[in-house]
Design a protein around this ligand. Structure first.
Ligand code: MRU
Length: 352
């Protein structure tokens, strides 16, 4: 996607791999500073996922694939048994970075599986790098397709609500929930986006708002607790959100606050769509009840990021609780915007 820096527009991906290093846009610095961070080994890259320098399920997946390739490249020696033991430990370490986004697990497993064809460790090094890049490229292609498929749901002059950031910063390029909006814009449609601020980490106010501004799309940041008001006023036509893991029965784990938006949308007769690629579906997980929900530090609630740094906003002696995701039951979801089309819950097996 094109980023405007010093009045010039330049193409960037959210994450890329070059010379054994993983490079990414440093997301906690946005929108105040545009900075690129680089990570030289798999433990540093895993830590970047954990500390959310990169975040969003598909971006986490691509980064985890690159981290796995870094682990392969770092192995010294030629004994395949030793190598397999070492990779078991490295893969487990990377997979522990964040528990909810299933893309992470899928990407690590896919790179490790790709090594089965190799007879020698030096061959593994070539294959791992190629497979990790193939995963990143595939994300770009499927997100573009999600954009193309989701665009069909958007009428000219639509007013769309989105939650968190499921744009190109959360993927490798294009985005999931925002891809249809970017596509609609390219087709000359006028769109207005209501951007939930998305407490506590403010991915909406900081990242989605920045992306939409880069893309020249009209939008307004709204307080998390005001979506119901705008729905009641008839100001929202459509909701599109992303996902971190979708269970076999269609239940969706996404950023905390998604569930309440979906319930409000149903109450107000507004279609609620989830946009996600195949890699975000977990068909081994029967329902939302089995999805692990990440619990993050309460400090993310009691303090906020600002241009000037981190600021305490809650009573200093009070503890806080901070689940990072919630589960929206499938009954609230009108359809799933995927690379295979806009699917109903009953059609999700088409992705298998
Ligand atoms: O905690 P985050 O910022 O990684 O959470 C991101 C989300 O919940 C996104 O909505 C989801 O990953 C979809 S990203 C295309």
């Amino acid at each position: 996607m094109k980023v405007k820096i010093r009045n010039k527009k330049k193409d960037y991906r959210t994450v890329w791999f070059s010379k054994g290093r993983v490079w990414m846009l440093d997301q906690p610095k946005l929108p105040f500073k545009f900075q690129i961070a680089k990570f030289k080994n798999y433990k540093a890259t895993t830590n970047a996922i954990k500390t959310m320098i990169v975040r969003g399920a598909p971006a986490i997946g691509a980064t985890a694939a690159y981290a796995t390739a870094q682990a392969v490249l770092a192995f010294k020696g030629s004994d395949l048994n030793e190598f397999n033991k070492y990779m078991g430990t490295a893969a487990a370490h990377i997979k522990k970075a964040r528990p909810t986004a299933v893309d992470l697990e899928h990407a690590v497993d896919r790179v490790v599986k790709s090594l089965r064809i190799c007879d020698q460790v030096k061959e593994c090094k070539v294959v791992a790098e190629q497979e990790a890049e193939a995963i990143a490229q595939e994300y770009i292609a499927v997100c573009k397709k999600i954009g193309e498929n989701g665009n069909k749901l958007i009428d000219d002059n639509s007013r769309i609500l989105t939650h968190c950031n499921a744009g190109w910063l959360a993927t490798v390029d294009w985005g999931t929930a925002l891809a249809p909006i970017y596509y609609a814009k390219r087709f000359g449609k006028k769109v207005f986006v209501f951007v939930d601020e998305t407490r506590p980490r403010m991915q909406g106010a900081r990242l989605t708002a920045w992306e939409l501004a880069q893309e020249g799309i009209e939008h307004a940041v709204i307080a998390d607790n005001s979506a119901g008001y705008y729905m009641q006023q008839g100001e929202i036509d459509l909701c599109i959100v992303g996902a971190d893991r979708i269970a076999a029965n269609g239940d969706v784990a996404n950023k905390i606050g998604t569930y309440e938006k979906a319930v409000l949308a149903k109450e107000n007769g507004i279609p609620f769509y989830v946009a996600a690629p195949r890699m975000t579906f977990d068909f081994k997980c029967p329902s939302g009840d089995q999805i692990p929900i990440e619990e993050r530090s309460g400090e993310e609630v009691t303090k906020i990021f600002s241009e000037k740094g981190i600021v305490q906003v809650a009573n200093p002696s009070s503890p806080a609780r901070n689940p990072a995701f919630d589960v929206t039951p499938a009954k609230y979801i009108k359809g799933y915007i995927t690379e295979k089309g806009v699917l109903k819950k009953e059609e999700l097996k088409k992705l298998l």
